[in-house]
Design a protein around this ligand. Structure first.
Ligand SMILES: [Zn+2]
Ligand SMILES: [Zn+2]
Length: 291
């Protein structure tokens, strides 16, 4: 049914209308202070703080504790009664957590790239920042680590720390939670590495990107090119081809449009707004990346 509707109303037949959601204010994924830019040649990095504050570091520390705690519990429980099965189940659970983190990053990224704005309750700052990232994608590589990770670290701390107590002595569940939450918190660092030039990356990171363990620069570059509606996953990117080939996000967009009348941003404004990056210095830095 969905595919039939989609075939009957391809997105190009829907007349785009003007949004005023995307502004020249947001330039990063965790920005807290931004000055409006007068023109596309202005450097956003000059107008925002890319430095980590002690508050950022405190949230990353809390998130790290939330991740390491279940992983430590899982290892400790296995060590108390080691056996092939006792080791196998947590290892598989951790791999599953890594895969689910990539899938989750794709759905979350798609949602905040396409819906809402800075005034959206709770998610407003993340929406504003992710959409701004499309104008100045290279800025993320200049951001200090805790500045880049603190928002996700705070969410991980609030969600995972209580789970540690609820799970009890289940080594498999602890392994899943620790691996999944860890990859979610670090996804913004993987994302930053996907924007960095290969020669500036630590060799191990470049190797992991080349092996497909971390999302690659070439794969994520596709997300920043027209029509800006693919390759949303930013942990490993392993789900990207599957989701894009099956048009999962396009189908969801059509469902939301027909049910709620809400248009995703990728149907209209990104074509004009996000292309600005290709004409400024930061954009050229990124688009000329080495494959
Ligand atoms: Zn995006
Ligand atoms: Zn990006």
């Amino acid at each position: 049914m969905i595919s039939q509707k989609y075939a009957m109303m391809p997105r190009l037949e829907i007349r785009p209308h003007s949004f005023s959601i995307i502004t020249c204010r947001a330039v990063s994924t965790t920005t807290t202070t931004v000055t409006p830019l007068a023109d596309s040649k202005a450097k956003p990095a000059d107008t925002i703080s890319l430095q980590s504050t002690w508050q950022h570091r405190a949230w990353v520390a809390a998130g790290s504790v939330a991740i390491l705690s279940p992983l430590y519990k899982s290892i400790s429980l296995v060590a108390m009664a080691p056996s092939p099965v006792a080791v196998f189940k947590p290892v598989i659970a951790a791999l599953f957590g890594y895969l689910m983190a990539d899938l989750g990053s794709g759905f979350y990224h798609w949602a905040i790239d396409n819906y809402g704005d800075a005034s959206t309750p709770f998610f407003g700052s993340q929406i504003d920042a992710f959409q701004g990232h499309h104008k100045y994608p290279y800025t993320i590589t200049r951001r200090q680590v805790c500045n880049n990770l603190h928002a996700l670290a705070r969410s991980v701390a609030f969600v995972v720390l209580p789970l540690d107590f609820l799970i009890g002595n289940n080594a498999t569940a602890h392994a899943f939670i620790g691996a999944c939450a860890g990859c979610i918190m670090l996804s913004q660092q993987f994302h930053a590495w996907a924007h960095e030039k290969k020669r500036k990356l630590p060799p191990i990171v470049a190797a992991l990107q080349d092996a497909g363990v971390l999302v690659s620069r070439a794969e994520h570059a596709t997300h920043h090119r027209s029509p800006y509606n693919s390759d949303y996953c930013i942990v490993s990117g392993v789900w990207n081809d599957f989701l894009d080939d099956l048009k999962v996000f396009e189908t969801l967009e059509m469902i939301l449009f027909f049910k709620l009348g809400v248009r995703p941003r990728s149907w209209s404004e990104p074509e004009k707004e996000w292309r600005v990056t290709e004409n400024n210095q930061i954009g050229e830095d990124y688009y000329s990346f080495e494959k």
